[in-house]
Design a protein around this ligand. Sequence first.
Ligand code: ADP
Ligand code: ASP
Ligand code: MG
Length: 254
Amino acid sequence: MALIVQKYGGSSVADTDSIKRVARRIIETKRKGNDVAVVVSAMGDTTDELIDQANEIDTQPPARELDMLMTAGERISMSLLAMAIHAQGERAHSFTGSQAGFVTDARYGAAHIRAVKPDRVINALHQGEIGIVAGFQGVNSIGDATTLGRGGSDTSAVALAVALGADVCEIYTDVDGVFTADPRIVPTAQRIPAISYDAVLEMAASGSKVLALRCVEYARRFKMPLHVRSSFSHLPGTIVVDDGVDPRTVPNIG
Ligand code: ADP
Ligand code: ASP
Ligand code: MG
């Protein structure tokens, strides 16, 4: 039995059928005897669409209002995912970034996480529920919603995993792991079964968008194992750990 944080990106929850599929996957992990907390991104291109709508009104919208708007995307997916889990016979409870205790600085659009106090998520897990947390968002010291920068749900997931003391942070996406190059652009790219934080940081810094840079930095700092894998298959994916750590020690890889 392990404590597992799973993050599902926008490509994995693009429509309601995908949300039902992801719910099945979460329940499968839970029914193997694990405690499961989930971080979810906005559905498909929702964040881009919200930004487009804002720009149709004002090409330079107030940063506070843009963050208020963008955080709505993850609020939709978190509640639909909790409903899908209920509909499939397990109990789940969704939380906004603020409710999940993500305290950030005041930099709207690119806020940094200052502290994560996920007491309500811990309570939900203790009740045998699945905790669902909206990615990409937090709350600043004056109580306003903030966002962490594009792709920030990866960072939310690692920060939650660290705060909960999870055994692994699983990042579910639309490719089978971290590849030697973007597999959508380079068809001969090879999946990397295991890689160090340093090597994946270099990839993120050189523009590979499979993992957000800050998420990898956070994972490295707290030695949180990452498992990047597809939500569309049960293939093994990529384990990210420090050099010298046996990737086979990471739970739920089979
Ligand atoms: P999500 O919606 O799950 O957050 P992203 O679009 O942020 O997904 O990231 C997954 C995408 O990253 C893949 O579809 C792939 O095209 C791209 N990508 C870029 N470089 C790599 C790489 N080296 N390995 C795997 N995927 C990569
Ligand atoms: N929904 C946000 C974005 O599109 C955060 C994320 O997906 O990680 O950037
Ligand atoms: Mg992403």
